[in-house]
Design a protein around this ligand. Structure first.
Ligand code: BGC
Length: 389
């Protein structure tokens, strides 16, 4: 690997968030209702209060030299009741986008990041094909009213994780445990993506539209035949299938990378294995593996999430450096990677884990909501400024 690393010209550097995890008071969503009914140990409540404090948070982003930011628009705020559009919410998101523009920060806007309007969820959400028309209408509304300010669109966040936790594992609302429903939702999400892709392009033919896919790296140590077959099948089902269902409907690939999945029959022995506060194995080379595998699609790649739960901030700096080293190696080997968005800007509401895992470049106290820049964030800020290290 080269010693001095300089990323390609115009590389985008930033961080990512999602509405429900940071905004607070997402009262018209399915998650809010579920939290109220005791679905989770800890409710999101005011989260980071980012809905009101976004200007201050964007000042932080600017201070940290980031030139790109990913966030999601909350459908439940835009359309709190079926067919009723909330003008104030729309105004808010226009302000958010203008505020990023003013700071010369490119926007990556997610349309659906795990949370839904309660009314839509009560109709069966994405499990009913006839409900896709509501998602299309919401997309149309956003494109018409905000399209002039958006740089990159991400239709759906991690359909594979959404389906496996909400429809297969029964962990997130609507807490189903059904293979049949999982397949239905997965296929409907692919249809929703394709429809949204078309709608956005009808509005602006050169729009940049993609989605954020959770892609792991797979291994079957020891060369056991069964392990190999199993890992290939799992990769096909979890990582590749959505792309296969939506081929030719991506202007770029959005990649969320966190996991190394091991299918060895033997217990994996790794020297110097490092784990996050959530017990997730840190495997930076996986980002390279994933990028190299995606080269076959001949599309630009943006890393739309990659991060670590590390409350004490003792691993994050090395985490970022090592992932970026491997990412750079992929670029050197011809993969067209154009940006890296760290997960996440500040500690937030980590779904069923509550506020405990701390993924933030900026520490956020869930009680006082005070923001404090972590040391690792300053290292990352230097990289963003120098376009390398
Ligand atoms: C999700 C984020 C989540 C992160 C860390 C990703 O799968 O898109 O919403 O916070 O993982 O758990």
């Amino acid at each position: 690997m080269s010693e001095k690393i300089v990323f390609p010209k115009d590389f985008l550097w930033g961080s990512a968030t999602a509405a429900h995890q940071v905004e607070g008071n997402n009262i018209h969503s399915d998650w809010w209702a579920w939290e109220k009914n005791g679905g989770t140990k800890e409710a999101s409540k005011l989260a980071c209060d980012h809905y009101r404090r976004f200007e201050e948070d964007f000042d932080l982003i600017q201070k940290l030299n980031q030139n790109a930011h990913r966030f999601s628009i909350e459908w439940a705020r835009i359309e709190p009741k079926e067919g009723k559009w909330d003008k104030e919410a729309l105004k808010h998101y226009r302000k958010v986008l203008e505020s990023l523009r003013k700071r010369k920060i490119k926007s990556f806007v997610t349309l659906f990041h795990f949370t839904l309007p309660l009314w839509f969820a009560q109709k069966g959400g994405f499990s009913q094909i006839e409900n896709l028309k509501y998602f299309e209408r919401y997309t149309q509304f956003l494109v018409k009213n905000l399209g002039d300010l958006v740089d990159f669109w991400l239709t759906i966040n991690e359909p594979n994780i959404y389906v496996s936790t909400s429809y297969l594992g029964g962990l997130w609302p609507p807490q189903k445990r059904s293979l049949l429903q999982s397949i239905k939702v997965f296929i409907n999400l692919a249809k929703a993506h394709k429809k949204a892709y078309k709608i956005i392009h009808e509005f602006k033919s050169d729009a940049k539209v993609g989605m954020a896919m959770n892609i792991s790296t797979y291994n079957s140590f020891g060369g056991y035949f069964i392990g190999m077959i199993f890992s290939k099948l799992t990769k096909l089902l979890i990582s590749d299938s959505f792309y296969l269902l939506t081929q030719n409907f991506h202007d770029f690939l959005g990649v969320n990378y966190y996991f190394f999945r091991n299918f060895s029959i033997r217990t994996l022995k790794m020297t110097h294995a490092v784990y996050s506060d959530l017990g997730w194995l840190i495997y930076p080379k996986g980002l390279y593996d994933v990028c190299l595998d995606l080269k076959k699609y001949h599309l630009p790649i943006y890393i739309t999430e990659n991060g670590i739960a590390d409350k004490k901030d003792i691993l994050r700096t090395e985490f970022v450096l090592n992932h970026l080293r491997w990412l750079f190696k992929a670029i050197e080997e011809g993969v067209d990677v154009k940006g890296y968005l760290h997960w996440t800007l500040m500690d937030n509401y980590e779904w069923t884990y509550g506020f405990k895992p701390r993924f933030g470049l900026v520490a956020m106290d869930p009680i006082t909501r005070e923001r404090k820049i972590r040391k690792s964030a300053l290292v990352y800020a230097k990289i963003c400024k120098a376009n390398g290290f």
